[in-house]
Design a binder for this molecule. Structure first.
Ligand code: CUK
Ligand code: CUA
Ligand code: CA
Length: 639
């Protein structure tokens, strides 16, 4: 009888397709559906799978009233779109996309000279790359928490790292890593291992996943291919050093004391085919002794490869047998591990098994003991290796001693207690380490909890990036969106709160309290060397074929009604927005010239083009700014 009622409410809320799912998935839905029915009887709007599901389980709500602000920011990697998406949580509303690696039509990223300079151009001025594959977003730390300065994101395709300024939420630098392919894992350090006064991020570590010949001569003999682990300077964005390793890098984690960075390795076999990559029963979690690596670089104990001047130190097994001088430590973990994550109590790294149904808990103090010669083998740093379910990929934390791991094959999140797992592993078989399991829809990859990888993990919300949404949203042809699900983790039991469709494929994200960033509302004229500071400075300046057009915008007009060019002119057009009010943004589009970009309040941007088409071209404002927005134009006359 009860079940029938649930189905009816499913159908009335447009979710009748749920009936077609497998039974395991259906079980996971029950809570959300029941809560929907409850809420409806309250006379409140029926928002599918929203807040009410959490009632009585800690009370976190995902539905916000109109005008209400979210309490958390989420920074989501954009995947193929090469951007970073800013979400508000718990509502899941997408607030902004920050273009990094790919052109973006809204802001004119890849169109303006300023953005092209960040993105990198070829000799002819065109963009070096227009595709990307971002996976991991992480932000800068201070005292073990985010400090709101920067975020970084990787591009796996072209081995680039982009930095985002979190005052303006814009990408300001991109660095391409030398000597590596498939740059995947990324993580900032959280302190300096040498100078205790530096309790904030100064380095970003980058894992190279695919092995290539060094230098890349195109040799077919894959036994000569190598992977490198890289360190990028957080301020200058220059590559400080790299480490030649055995095996490959996948994800990256860092310790709170700054002493250790780690990467999980699924290809210790150094195979070129997947069968070879999974031929060993165990692979590794590879630890880097940051202070020793930097001492080796200082002492000149490095090589360089090809054109790159970046020092490369030797972190291979053979060269690092004596723990007391070793730069690296290879800790053996089960077959083809995936994520590695640092617990908020600063004690452990957890490596998920992927092809093994286990998670491995590695105690950081013991890894340091190994480097001090006090532990006979690096593998002794393992304090637990426990079964969780099929396909463990990534782990998040609630700050109360619990870990949450995605099970890709089981389509579940499993909540488990780290201390209990350690007890169980030590022989106490009565220690129940699995606390709860929740079905998710479907096949989750990354997950992250609010403030998870900080000292301030608060155990409120958990977001799960499900790779398949199948029947969760209206069908739109063969390609479905991914399903980002929000889970309330404030109680003992996890409670599914909401589904959100997202464009593929974000992979990873972080969630942090809104008061940790202080975004600016307008730009500063002084920050732009090209700024046209007064409308009176507008005009056309000719130097042979080279022409500079200076313009300002102030709603509802550009500073010149028209400007004249000659066919063949090499034009640089500089536009400063003199409006000072936040959000009073103007656009500038030139028909037939492939130009469209925006200028935010007190921002300056420029574009360069050859005036190769004669005629009259109405340059118009593309961003609604004023009642006279449509009238906001200037005439470009090419004679
Ligand atoms: S990888 Cu995507 S689910 Cu690139 Cu972080 Cu694990
Ligand atoms: Cu200016 Cu629309
Ligand atoms: Ca392997």
């Amino acid at each position: 009888m009860k079940d029938e009622k649930k189905l009816t409410s499913e159908e009335s809320s447009g979710l009748g397709r749920r009936r077609f799912m497998n039974s395991a998935a259906l079980a996971g839905l029950t809570l959300g559906v029941a809560a929907c029915a409850e809420k409806k009887s309250d006379g409140a709007p029926a928002a599918a799978g929203s807040a009410p599901a959490a009632a009585g389980h800690g009370g976190n709500a995902s539905h916000l009233k109109p005008g209400e602000l979210d309490s958390y920011y989420g920074l989501w990697s954009g995947g193929h779109t090469g951007d970073v998406r800013v979400l508000g949580l718990p509502s899941g509303r997408e607030i902004l996309r920050i273009p990094c690696f790919n052109p973006d039509a809204l802001v004119g990223w890849g169109i303006t000279n300023e953005s092209k300079k960040v993105m990198g151009t070829k000799a002819d001025g065109s963009l070096r790359y227009t595709v990307a594959d971002t996976h991991h977003v992480h932000a800068s730390y201070k005292d073990g928490n985010y400090d709101g300065r920067y975020a970084w994101v990787n591009d796996k395709i072209n081995s680039r790292i982009a930095r985002i300024r979190l005052d303006y939420f814009v990408c300001d630098k991109i660095t391409e890593l030398p000597n590596v392919q498939g740059f995947h894992g990324i993580f900032p350090d959280k302190a300096d291992p040498v100078d205790p006064k530096i309790n904030y991020t100064t380095r970003v570590f980058c894992g190279g996943e695919f092995a290539i010949p060094l230098p890349n001569t195109g040799t077919e003999d894959s036994s000569k291919y190598r992977s490198l682990f890289s360190c990028v300077d957080a301020e200058t964005m220059e590559v400080r050093w790299q480490v030649l390793i055995d095996g490959n890098c996948d994800l990256v984690a860092t310790s709170y004391d700054g002493k250790l960075a780690a990467t999980n390795q699924y290809n210790t076999e150094m195979g070129a085919k997947y069968e070879d990559m999974m031929s060993s029963e165990r692979d590794a979690c590879l630890f880097f002794n940051v202070a020793r690596i930097e001492a080796a670089v200082k002492a000149g104990k490095f090589k360089t490869y090809g054109d790159s001047k970046v020092p490369v130190v030797d972190g291979t097994r053979d060269s690092n047998k004596d723990p007391k001088t070793a730069l690296t430590a290879y800790v053996s973990v089960p077959k083809n591990p995936h994520g590695v994550n640092a617990s908020p109590d600063a004690k452990y790294f957890i490596c998920a098994g992927k092809l093994s149904p286990t998670a491995t808990v590695i105690e950081l103090a013991k890894v340091l003991d190994y480097f001090d010669g006090k532990l006979e083998a690096a593998d002794k740093a393992i304090v637990a290796e426990v079964e969780l379910g099929l396909g463990p990929l990534h782990t998040a934390f609630d700050g109360r001693g619990n870990a949450f791991t995605t099970l890709f094959l089981d389509s579940q999140v499993v909540k488990w207690n780290v201390d209990a797992a350690i007890k169980f592993h030590a022989g106490d078989k009565s220690a129940k380490y699995v606390v709860d399991r929740l079905d998710v829809q479907y096949q989750p990859g990354h997950l992250n909890a609010s403030q998870s990888e900080t000292r301030a993990a608060d155990g409120k919300y958990l977001a799960v990036g499900c790779k398949f949404s199948k029947d969760r949203f209206l069908p739109v042809g063969p390609l479905h969106p991914e399903n980002e699900q929000l889970i309330d983790i404030s109680g003992d039991k996890m409670v599914l709160m909401a589904d959100h469709p997202v464009r593929g494929e974000p992979h990873d994200f972080i969630i942090f309290k809104r008061e940790l960033v202080k975004p600016k509302q307008v730009y500063n004229l002084e920050d732009f060397p090209l700024a046209v500071k007064d409308a009176k400075e507008s005009g056309v300046e000719r130097n042979g074929k080279k022409v500079t057009v200076r313009l300002t915008s102030q709603a509802p007009a550009f500073s010149m009604r028209e400007f004249k060019l000659k066919k063949g002119d090499e034009v640089t057009l500089i536009l400063t927005n003199l409006d000072k009010v936040e959000d009073l943004t103007h656009g500038f589009a030139i028909p037939k010239y492939n130009v469209n970009f925006i200028v935010n309040p007190l921002e300056t941007a420029s574009v360069s083009f050859v005036a190769d088409k004669p005629g009259v071209f109405w340059c118009y404002c593309t961003h609604f700014c004023h009642a006279l927005h449509l009238e906001m134009r200037t005439r470009m006359i090419v004679e």
